[in-house]
Ligand binder design. Structure first.
Ligand code: SAM
Ligand code: DTB
Ligand code: SF4
Length: 304
């Protein structure tokens, strides 16, 4: 562990400002009722026992106003998620394009995660100024079939290739704590690190076990397993932004700092992820004070 974190930190410092942690804000623009059966996900329509209110796609003006609030609180990137299997052309997709344009006009990075998409849709997203598209591998090719059966690993790789072919950055990572082995974790990182170029950002999520999903009773991930995963991601993808994503609220400040030393350089910032609570902005104020980073837009201030 000490050797791993030490080496990861050395690689991190070669390629990144060690005092800079990007804040990305997350919003669910369309919640619940998803036809996919991802075992971890509270938004799947297959998991009827989950206590979740379905919502239609939000109005672009409201989304853009929320992005503005996030920006004022210090977020540099605004990520919007829809519980869709795939993008469909029509009014709803047009509204998403309007949201992307609005977020970019605020001077923020814009990322969306909308499920699978076709080339002409990626082209329109690129034209709207989209910075990055999030589409996770979630786990290893070997373990994948235990988690999702309604779409294949190949489908995911195809979507990623489509996104990339239009010059949109890839945000692609996965989840630990779903019952996979350490070898599965390594295998997922191997697939990610075999992409050329590497995904520009790599979210590392710890499972948030949600009541009513098949993974509700999984034990919480050992925070040190997250540290190892972050450190290994940093070693094999030196220039990518590694985002300490879901599950952060279960870590104490010290474990979070260890993840940042091990090479994480972005976090989801704000009170909620998509449907579950995140580390609150109040708690994060303490974290950012501890690491000597101001709670303001893009400012990184060395610790005294
Ligand atoms: N429907 C789109 C899709 O799956 O491509 C986008 C939204 S989906 C909620 C985005 C990602 O959130 C998933 O790929 C998964 O990695 C992550 N996620 C969802 N539920 C989670 C949970 N309970 N714990 C950790 N990560 C989760
Ligand atoms: C990612 O890798 N993690 C985020 C984002 N991409 C879209 C989503 C986490 C969701 C956690 C469960 C929830 O809040 O619904
Ligand atoms: Fe749907 Fe995405 Fe949740 Fe899977 S992870 S059920 S595709 S919203």
């Amino acid at each position: 562990m000490l050797e791993l974190v030490g080496r990861a930190n050395a690689v991190h410092r070669q390629h990144h400002d060690p005092n800079k942690v990007q804040k990305a804000s997350l919003l669910s623009i369309k919640t619940g009722g998803c036809p996919e059966n991802c075992a971890y996900c509270p938004q799947s329509a297959h998991h009827r026992e989950v206590d979740l209110t379905r919502d239609r796609l939000m109005e672009p003006a409201k989304v853009i106003a929320m992005a503005e609030t996030a920006k004022a609180a210090g977020a540099e990137r605004f990520c919007m998620g829809a519980a869709w299997r795939q993008v469909r052309d029509g009014k709803e997709f047009d509204a998403v394009l309007e949201m992307v344009e609005g977020v970019r006009a605020l001077g923020m990075e814009a990322c969306v995660t909308l499920g699978m998409l076709k080339p002409h849709q990626a082209e329109r997203l690129a034209a709207a100024g989209l910075t990055a598209y999030n589409h996770n591998l979630d786990t290893s090719p070997e373990f994948y079939g235990q988690i999702i059966t309604t779409r294949t690993y190949e489908d995911r790789l195809d979507t990623l290739a489509t996104v990339r072919s239009f010059g949109i950055d890839l945000c692609c990572g996965g989840i630990i704590g779903m019952g996979e082995s350490i070898r599965d974790r390594a295998s997922m990182l191997h697939v990610l690190a075999s992409m050329d170029p590497h995904p520009e950002s790599v979210p590392i999520n710890a499972l948030v076990p949600v009541e009513g999903t098949p993974l509700a009773n999984r034990p919480r991930v050992d925070p040190l397993a997250l540290v190892r995963m972050v450190a290994t991601a940093r070693l094999v993808m030196p220039t990518s932004t590694v985002r300490l994503s879901a599950g952060r609220s279960a870590l104490n400040r010290e474990a979070q700092v260890l993840c940042l030393v091990a090479g994480a350089n972005s976090v989801f910032y704000g009170d909620t992820l998509l449907t579950t609570p995140n580390a609150g902005i109040g708690e994060d104020a303490e974290l950012f004070a501890a690491i000597g980073q101001q709670q303001r837009l893009g400012m990184s201030v060395p610790a005294p």
